[in-house]
Design a protein around this ligand. Sequence first.
Ligand code: ATP
Ligand code: MG
Length: 270
Amino acid sequence: MSVASAKKDKASVFCIANQKGGVGKTTTAINLAAALAALKKKVLLIDLDPQGNATMGSGVDKNAAEINIYQVLIGQNKVSEAKKRSESGGYDVLPANRELSGAEIDLVQMQEREQQLKKALEEASDEYDIILIDCPPTLSLLTLNGLVSAHGVIIPMQCEYFALEGLSDLVNTIKRVYRNINPELQLIGLLRVMFDARVTLQQQVSAQIEEHFGDKVFKTVIPRNVRLAEAPSHGMPGTVYDKNSRGAKAYVEFGKELVKQLKKSAKSAA
Ligand code: ATP
Ligand code: MG
């Protein structure tokens, strides 16, 4: 599997997307950010969801973030003015809160409304190795801004019967953005999350996913693990909250898998 990587000295930008709600996007974004930070990568996690879960789960108070992604999207402030530090995770966060739900309406009136995040990231991109974008559970203008800014998309999914159904909408959206707006955009891979190996159906669906998507499926599988679910209420990534838990170890492994692929694709591009 090849991973899109940015030009030298610019960050690689990845969207964590799935328009299905509650599939583990935010958990993946937070824990991958922390896993990459532990590998000495300079990471920015962008919260592109008005729920602000990635912000809170990183230990940043979303309600205290007066300058946040909203002001950045409408061009009022720079990323550097809005970013906060996740002390627990060791990465920077571009926070979001309810204010962001108004952004859709403001953006619609702007020219190049789908390019706002990309423009804002131009200045920030030199500062980081990797930028992760936690998308909301919609295929909205916000998600579009994410996809337009990104080199690649990571899709977390549960191994359930209907998991593949919604996937085609997302894959079609990715293809359309690739063809029309962002020729750098690639599907990086599907990440199986909340996996319970004791459930036969999950094993079957997991095998089906591998069959259909081949090398677009990450080798690492994230198990269902209660420590990952507990961590956000402590304002910490699961990888920090309980680093010996199975969930934490899996996300650390996933971080390594992604970095390996980045190196490989950088080599083949050279
Ligand atoms: P939304 O679509 O609302 O943004 P999401 O896709 O970001 O949701 P999460 O918020 O990451 O999904 O996860 C949904 C719920 O599942 C949360 O309560 C989270 O703590 C829990 N969860 C996520 N991954 C795991 C896991 N591997 N094991 C156990 N619980 C998990
Ligand atoms: Mg979320």
